[in-house]
Design a binder for this molecule. Structure first.
Ligand SMILES: C[S@@+](CC[C@H](N)C(=O)[O-])C[C@H]1O[C@@H](n2cnc3c(N)ncnc32)[C@H](O)[C@@H]1O
Length: 213
């Protein structure tokens, strides 16, 4: 379990409006992100356990459920949890309110764990390390983590703008080498690194696999 880290409440989808807003993102962007998840996700036997954390409005949880996986989902936002529960029909899905830094599951509980669109919110390296460590703790197989690559047209453009005194982008770019090092320490190795469009989009989804299984 990671050291105690207080969540940043500004990032939490506690209100129904925030969840509604997220479900109304640009359809093309949503489709491209889900296509990235579909490309990166491993083929697992039906009934395998998969964790989606944080689940937000539940779009990944819903997709995982359609693959025959036993889905668990978690988010700190009350409204996000309610929305995901309703979406999944809740009979055989476990959707919990909780903090990604303190996951309420035992070690190696899941065959796959996905953490999509959260890491880039953390500017502090120690927080990013604590996040991936906690995800790794509950993962017995594949761990998928999204990050914003600094080596993309969009990433370079944002950094140049900030260097020239323009608006600093709120989202943080992370080199893949940082994730590889932090997850190597937890017994994982990089299996794949996929981007929506390499060298153009900064959003990547890295897939790691536990070495000792
Ligand atoms: C950008 S959304 C991404 C949701 C989902 N993965 C997706 O791609 O649709 C980020 C989510 O992280 C949740 N969140 C932020 N900090 C959290 C924390 N410490 N623990 C659990 N959830 C958190 C927010 O409530 C929000 O629903």
């Amino acid at each position: 379990m990671s050291e105690h880290i207080l969540p940043d409440r500004r990032r939490v989808k506690a209100e129904p409006d925030a969840v509604q807003h997220y479900t109304q993102r640009k359809p093309a962007k949503h489709r491209a992100e889900m296509a990235l998840v579909a490309r990166a996700f491993p083929a697992l036997p039906p009934g395998s356990r998969a964790l989606d954390a944080p689940c937000g409005a539940g779009r990944l949880s819903q997709w995982l459920a359609t693959r025959g996986l036993r889905v668990s989902a978690l988010d700190l936002g009350v409204a996000a949890v309610a929305h995901t529960r309703a979406l999944l029909g809740a009979d055989d899905a476990e959707v919990l309110e909780g903090d990604v830094f303190h996951l309420p599951w035992e070690d190696r509980a899941f065959q796959a764990v996905v953490c999509f669109r959260l890491l880039h919110h953390f500017e502090d390296r120690a927080r990013r390390r604590a996040l991936v460590r906690e995800m790794a703790r509950v993962c017995d197989g594949y761990l998928l983590v999204s990050y914003l690559s600094p080596w993309s047209f969009t990433g370079l453009k944002r950094r140049l703008r900030a260097a020239l005194g323009g608006r600093r982008h709120r989202q943080n770019h992370t080199p893949l080498s940082e994730l590889v090092a932090d997850l190597k320490a937890e017994g994982f190795q990089l299996d794949r690194d996929l981007a929506q469009r390499r060298f153009f989009h900064s959003l990547h989804l890295a897939r790691f696999v536990r070495k000792s299984r």
